[in-house]
Design a protein around this ligand. Structure first.
Ligand SMILES: [Zn+2]
Ligand SMILES: [Zn+2]
Length: 434
C-alpha cells in the first residue's frame, strides 16, 4: 500500500507542477479533469483512503492516467478554468492532519419533530450536499410546538428515521436531543444518547445526569443567545462551573448559526471545553447560508483516529476540534496549526532567472479561503503583506530573499483563524529549492 500511496502522491504533485501556470489557472482539459480529480481525492484522503480503493477503482485511475498521458497538451487552445469548478463551494473538504482523519459534523439540527420546518429526509440531503461526515438531529426535549399534528411519544424516532434514510449514504447519524431550560444552565445538546426518552424528566439536573449516565457528550448551546442574555455575553454562572466539574458539560458552541462568541471561546479555553460550531437550523440550509451564492453552513471539524461514530465520540471528548463559520476557523493552537499546515502546501520553489527573487508556489488543498500575512524577514515583490489564497487555488508569491538560498522557512500569520480571542495562529511554509 505504501508503494501505491507514494506513487499517487508523486503523480498528483507532478500534475500540479506541470499543469498549473503562474496566473493561477489550470490549463488543458483532459489533464485538468484527471489531475483535479486526483488532487481532490488526496485532499479528501480521509474519505477515500487508498487502502480502501477497490482494485477496480485503482485500475480505473491508472487507465485514466494512461489516457491522459497519450493526449497532446494544447494549453494554448484550452480555455482557462479554475479547479474550484469541480466543487460546489458549500462542500466541506479538508485534508487529514498527522495521525487523524479530518471529519466534519453539524451536531445541532432541528426538524418538524420539534420546532423545525422540514422532515429528516431534507436534513440528510443537505448534509450529503455539504459533504459532512456526521449530523445529529437534536429535537427539543421540552418544546414540541407541532405536537398536535406530529406527536413524538418516542424521542428516539428522529434518530431512527434519519438512520434509515441515511442507510446508503456516507453519513453518520448520531442520536441526540436538546435539553431546553431557562438560564442557568440554558440549553444544552446531549449526543451519542442510547435512549433520549430518559431525558424527559422534571428536574433540570436530572436530565443532564440521565444523559451523562448514558455516556453522552453534552455541550452548552448558543451561550450568547440574546433571549437568555440581553447583552449577548454568555451568562456563565457557578451552576455552569459545577456542572463542568461534575462532568455534565463537555463542550460549548462558540458558533451557533451565524453567530461567533469570543466570550464562549474564552470559556472553552479556561474550562477545557470542546470548541463547537453548529447551525441550529430550523428552516433550510440553502436559505440560511445562501449556498446558491457561494455560502456554506457553520460546522465543526473533528480530528478522529478512526472514521467511525466511536472515533468521533472519542475525538469530541478529547476536544480535538476546529469550529468553522464562513471562512473563519476557531480552535486551539494544537489543532488549528496542523490543519492549516495541511491545507496550505508548497508545490514549487525556484528563483526567477538571474535574480535573487524566489517564486514560491502555494497550493490550498481545502475548501476554505485563507487570508495570510507575511511575518517573515523578507518582503514580497508582487503581493502586499496581506494576500489571499482561494479554495483549491495554486498561486505564486515572489519573495525577495536578497541572497540566493538553498532552503526557506517562511512564517505567515493566518488572519482568518483564531486560537484565542483576537489571536491568530502562524504557520511556516518550508521548501528546499529546486
Ligand atoms: Zn436552543
Ligand atoms: Zn436548537
Amino acid at each position: 500500500m505504501a508503494k501505491w500511496k507514494s506513487l499517487f502522491d508523486n503523480i498528483s504533485l507532478a500534475g500540479i507542477g506541470f499543469f498549473l501556470d503562474n496566473k493561477h489557472t489550470y490549463k488543458g482539459t483532459a489533464f485538468q479533469t484527471v489531475f483535479a480529480t486526483l488532487r481532490i481525492s488526496f485532499a479528501r484522503r480521509s474519505f477515500f483512503p487508498l487502502h480502501h480503493y477497490s482494485a477496480v477503482m485503482k485500475r480505473s485511475i491508472i487507465i485514466l492516467l494512461f489516457i491522459s498521458v497519450l493526449l497532446p497538451v494544447r494549453a494554448d487552445k484550452a480555455q482557462s478554468q479554475s479547479i474550484t469548478d469541480n466543487h460546489h463551494p458549500r462542500e466541506f473538504i479538508f485534508p487529514d492532519v498527522p495521525g487523524f482523519h479530518t471529519m466534519s459534523a453539524d451536531l445541532h439540527i432541528h426538524t418538524a419533530f420539534s420546532d423545525g420546518h422540514v422532515l429528516p429526509r431534507i436534513r440528510i440531503q443537505e448534509a450529503v450536499r455539504d459533504r459532512l461526515d456526521a449530523i445529529s438531529l437534536t429535537e427539543h426535549i421540552e418544546y414540541l410546538p407541532h405536537r398536535d399534528d406530529i406527536p413524538l411519544p418516542d424521542r428516539n424516532r428522529p434518530y431512527e428515521v434519519a438512520s434509515q434514510l441515511a442507510q446508503n449514504e456516507d453519513l453518520i447519524i448520531i442520536n441526540g436531543a436538546e435539553i431546553t431550560r431557562g438560564m442557568p444552565p440554558g440549553h444544552s445538546n446531549a449526543i451519542f444518547l442510547e435512549d433520549a426518552n430518559k431525558l424527559v424528566v422534571d428536574d433540570v439536573l436530572d436530565a443532564y445526569k440521565a444523559a451523562a449516565a448514558q455516556g453522552a457528550f453534552i455541550f452548552w448551546d448558543h451561550p450568547s443567545w440574546k433571549r437568555q442574555a440581553s447583552d449577548a455575553i454568555p451568562p456563565f454562572s457557578d451552576m455552569h462551573r459545577e456542572m463542568i466539574a461534575d462532568g455534565l458539560i463537555h463542550g460549548v458552541e462558540v458558533v451557533n448559526h451565524h453567530r461567533f462568541s469570543e466570550e464562549a471561546l474564552q470559556i472553552a479555553l479556561d474550562y477545557d471545553l470542546t470548541i463547537l460550531a453548529n447551525t441550529d437550523v430550523h428552516g433550510l440550509i440553502d436559505w440560511d447560508y445562501d449556498t446558491e451564492d457561494g455560502g456554506h453552513r457553520s460546522a465543526t471539524l473533528i480530528f478522529a483516529e478512526e472514521r467511525t461514530k466511536e472515533g468521533l465520540k472519542e475525538a469530541l471528548f478529547d476536544g480535538r476540534t476546529v469550529a468553522r463559520k464562513d471562512h473563519f476557523l476557531i480552535g486551539r493552537e494544537e489543532h488549528l496549526v496542523p490543519l492549516l499546515q495541511a491545507c496550505l502546501v508548497v508545490t514549487g520553489s525556484s528563483y526567477l532567472p538571474n535574480t535573487e527573487v524566489l517564486e514560491l508556489e502555494i497550493t490550498n488543498l481545502s475548501s476554505n479561503r485563507f487570508i495570510l500575512e507575511n511575518i517573515s524577514e523578507y518582503s514580497f515583490h508582487l503581493h502586499t503583506q496581506v494576500f489571499e489564497v482561494e479554495p483549491f487555488e495554486t498561486m505564486s508569491i515572489l519573495v525577495k530573499t536578497v541572497n540566493v538560498l538553498d532552503e526557506i522557512s517562511l512564517p505567515l500569520r493566518v488572519l482568518n483563524a483564531v486560537m484565542a480571542p483576537r489571536t491568530s495562529p502562524s504557520i511556516t511554509l518550508e521548501s528546499v529549492m529546486e
